[in-house]
Design a protein around this ligand. Structure first.
Ligand code: ADP
Length: 820
């Protein structure tokens, strides 16, 4: 308390004379006193005053050696000489004295003064001597009463007067005065010495003011202040003490200090401790108000001393800590709440000081480290992790940035077990807002990591199994810059490199020199990056430089943000297929060529056979007409065989000519109406139709761009077959329909004939293939082959559906095209 270091407890500051300190107001060096023999002051008196006013009593030096002198000089002269010396000495003592000295006769007139008196009055010695002593004071009457008192009582002490300087300046003095006597013992006058107390008075005034100031400080203090005497009684209080005790100042003063506390014994022990040790700090007590209300206080107290340094009491200042205690209690409860929050957390929680030492932990932290709370607190946070440096970097980051999220660390249990955790941490602050430490919560992700790891391993195993299983595929992962990142067994097989010799190499080495020169590898990566995927089929190069026909799918891989971070390239070696295809293509070309040759041959042969055949047929028919019944029976039969054989051969040759003409001698395509074509076909077959009693119906049929003659031929052939392969027990029915499918018309010709077994579905379209007996069903086996060829010439295809004994449906498509 400031009050304790004030004037109360300070060193006594009195106006007492201090050696070597001149009194400025009294020094007057210019006015030196004159030598005079008239001073009749006895030595003994002067000595008496000298002792009173000088710190070192002195004796005249000549007196010490007086025995030596008296042997040579006559007694009278010796005495006179001694007196002269004594007077001179007295005079100089007088003059040396800094206090104003004066001698006064019985009439009150000044008989002598010293230089200090001259200075304080501002009058010369000569002026002063003979004048009234009392004239030089503000209160002459009091001055007169003073010296009269001396004459009356022999002496006065500390008689207060005020000397008036000639210029009006006032000097407060205390007079000490006594009578002095002549050699005969008669009272000769009064010797008066003034002590200038102006300075002392000023100091007293200052002290008075300081006291008043202290008092107001005391009163202004909101803390209850009290002073206690050595007997434990209250000597003073301030208003705050009145308020807290509910007692008036007057009531309190003089009563026992200890009476006002809930524990008087402890209060007593407190001020006794102050008296014993000089002070106490934060001594807790509880003040009891008169109405019972309790105030918790902390006392700071110290002893205080009077001017002389003597202990006079205890100054005690109480600080009301009820509020603070209440706040502390609230804080304690909050802490308890926090603590229970902390403890109920299943996550390991920890607080760390700025030095990285653990300041608190919860039970979960104890469990995960295997160390008790007491052991953990005060140790380095980073010590409990597999990577202490990373742990340290973590909490430093928190101090630096205020918080971290999902900071991965591995906690090490005392027994060596490792737990993977993610730390979320933030700084926390004290009441004043200063960073007090870091609060860190760990989330145990060991299980999650384990599950993730298991999943990852399983995926890896699966994918490596897959990669290895598909040995027909080279599956290569590429870095974003085109370097090979991984390589499977299929790649090894197809491209010839082992993984260890190719991983890290650029993938362009699988391209032909031409492709590399044209920048194809980079172009493919660019396309895959922009389009996501690229397919290619081309020659590639395997280890050793040989080429293989590769079908390649290059797919860009993206990270979570959609950024391409690599590629997967799946390559198949299709060299064998390519070779087979090329071969087929060659064969097909050959076949086509020989087919054409064959058709040409068939056409030429048929055409050339037609002429002699026509002769054979014509003349054998003539033979039959002219000679039937005129030769023997055998001859008639033989002629019939010739005629029939020639007719069959003519049919065959006509069919062959028709077949070979389809591809090479067809008409140009033109718009045709299929319903019209149907009518023409029916008209051409009118005898057969009439004879068989067949019913031919149709749905609406489209108009097409086609070879009308060939389409008519097509329908005619199908109708002929349907009639020919009818079931005898049922009247034949034919129905024609057409539907539009995709870019083509699909026609269907359905009959209710004998049907075809499924194994012949393909064979019946091949030339000269006949299923049914030649005796039973006449035919060349070319009809359906011609149909198929016509359909194919129009770009369509043909097939049959049938159920033996129920009927057949012949389907064919004619693409909806406007030109051939
Ligand atoms: P063919 O001159 O023998 O009729 P096709 O090429 O026209 O020669 O027919 C080949 C064979 O397909 C026929 O011999 C017959 O066995 C079978 N066939 C053709 N059309 C039908 C049909 N509508 N019903 C049953 N069988 C048929």
């Amino acid at each position: 308390m400031d009050a304790l270091t004030g004037p109360h407890s300070g060193k006594p500051q009195t106006a007492a004379a201090q050696p070597g300190r001149p009194r400025k107001t009294m020094v007057c060096p210019t006015s030196r006193p004159q030598e005079s023999d008239e001073v009749g002051i006895s030595f003994s008196l002067l000595v008496q005053f000298g002792i009173n006013y000088m710190h070192k009593p002195m004796r005249p030096p000549e007196l010490r050696g007086s025995a030596k002198v008296k042997r040579n000089i006559p007694a009278r002269k010796r005495e006179q000489e001694a007196l002269r010396r004594a007077n001179a000495y007295n005079r100089s003592l007088l003059e040396a004295n800094l206090d104003p000295l004066v001698t006064i006769g019985p009439d009150g007139k000044i008989t002598d003064v010293n230089a200090a008196t001259e200075a304080v009055t501002g009058c010369a010695r000569a002026t002063l001597i003979g004048t009234d002593f009392s004239d030089y004071f503000t209160d002459p009457e009091k001055a007169r009463a003073g010296y009269q008192q001396v004459f009356h009582e022999g002496l006065v002490r500390d008689y207060p007067l005020e000397l008036r300087h000639r210029d009006g300046h006032i000097t407060s003095v205390l007079y000490n005065a006594s009578i002095y006597r002549d050699e005969s013992g008669n009272v000769a006058g009064v010797f008066a010495a003034a002590r200038d107390i102006t300075e002392r008075k000023r100091e007293q005034e200052a002290l008075r003011q300081a006291n008043a100031y202290n008092r107001s400080l005391l009163e202004a203090s909101l803390d209850p202040l009290v002073t206690i005497g050595p007997d434990g009684k209250i000597t003073d209080v301030n208003a705050a003490t009145e308020a807290v005790t509910g007692c008036a100042r007057a009531t309190l003063i003089g009563t026992d200090f200890s009476d006002y506390f809930t524990d008087p014994e402890m209060a007593r022990a407190g001020y006794q401790q102050v008296f014993r040790e000089g002070l106490v700090r934060d001594y807790p007590l509880q003040l009891r108000h008169r109405d019972g209300y309790i105030t918790s206080v902390l006392y700071n107290a110290s002893i205080y001393r009077d001017e002389n340094g003597k202990v006079v009491g205890v100054f005690a200042a109480a600080r009301d800590i009820t509020e603070r205690e209440r706040a502390q209690e609230a804080l304690r409860q909050a802490n308890a709440y926090n603590r229970s929050l902390l403890e109920t957390s299943l996550d390991p929680l920890v607080t760390i000081g700025p030095d990285g030492k653990i300041t608190d932990v919860n039970a979960a932290t104890e469990a995960v480290t295997g160390c008790a709370r007491a052991t953990l607190i005060g140790t380095d946070f980073s010590d409990y992790f597999t990577d202490p440096e990373k742990a340290r970097a973590g909490y430093r980051q928190v101090f630096h940035e205020g918080l971290v999220r999902d900071y991965p660390l591995e906690l090490r249990h005392r027994d060596g077990r490792i737990r993977s955790v993610l730390y979320n941490a933030s700084i926390y602050r004290d009441e004043r807002g200063n960073v007090a430490g870091v609060f860190a919560a760990a989330r145990d992700i060991t299980e999650r990591k384990r599950a993730e790891e298991a999943l990852r391993q399983r995926e890896q195993r699966l994918s490596s199994m897959l990669l290895e299983a598909v040995r027909d595929y080279a599956i290569i992962f590429l870095e974003v810059d085109g370097r090979v990142a991984s390589w499977n067994k299929g790649a090894e097989r197809i491209k010839g490199y082992r993984a260890e010799e190719i991983v890290g190499q650029h993938f362009s080495r699988f391209y032909t020199p031409d492709d590399i020169a044209n920048g194809k590898p980079d172009r493919e990566l660019q396309i895959a990056t922009s389009e996501g995927r690229l397919e290619d089929e081309d020659w590639r190069v395997r280890k050793g430089g040989s080429r293989f026909w590769a079908s390649v799918v290059l797919t860009a891989l993206q990270d979570a943000g959609g950024k391409v971070n690599g590629y997967v390239k799946i390559t198949r070696d299709l060299t064998a297929r390519k070779q087979a295809e090329d071969e087929i293509k060659r064969y097909t070309e050959d076949l086509k060529r020989s087919n054409q040759e064959l058709e040409h041959f068939a056409y030429v042969a048929s055409h050339d056979l037609q002429e002699p055949l026509r002769t054979v047929a014509g003349f054998s028919q003539l033979l039959a007409q002219r000679y039937r019944g005129k030769l023997d029976a055998d001859a008639d039969e033989f002629i019939t065989f010739v005629v029939e054989g020639a007719t069959r051969m003519q049919n065959l040759i006509n069919d062959l000519l028709a077949f070979s003409r389809i591809g090479t001698r067809g008409n140009p395509f033109a718009p045709v109406d299929c319903e019209e074509i149907l009518q023409i076909a029916k008209e051409n077959l009118r005898f057969t139709i009439a004879e068989s009693g067949v019913t031919i119906t149709n749905d609406p049929l489209p108009a097409l761009v086609a070879d009308q003659t060939q389409l008519t031929q097509l329908f005619q052939n199908l109708f002929s077959n349907a009639i020919k392969f009818r079931r005898p027990e049922e009247a034949p029915c034919i129905h024609v329909s057409a539907v539009r499918l995709g870019g083509a018309w699909q026609f269907s010709v359905r009959d209710n004939g004998i049907g075809i077994a499924p194994q012949y579905f393909d064979r019946i379209f091949v030339i000269f293939q006949r299923l049914h007996g030649r005796e039973e069903y006449s035919g060349t086996g070319i009809g359906l082959a011609i149909c198929k060829k016509i359909v194919e010439r129009h770009g369509g295809r043909m097939w049959v559906e049938s159920e033996p004994g129920t009927g057949s449906t012949f389907h064919f498509t004619i693409p909806d095209q406007r030109r051939n």
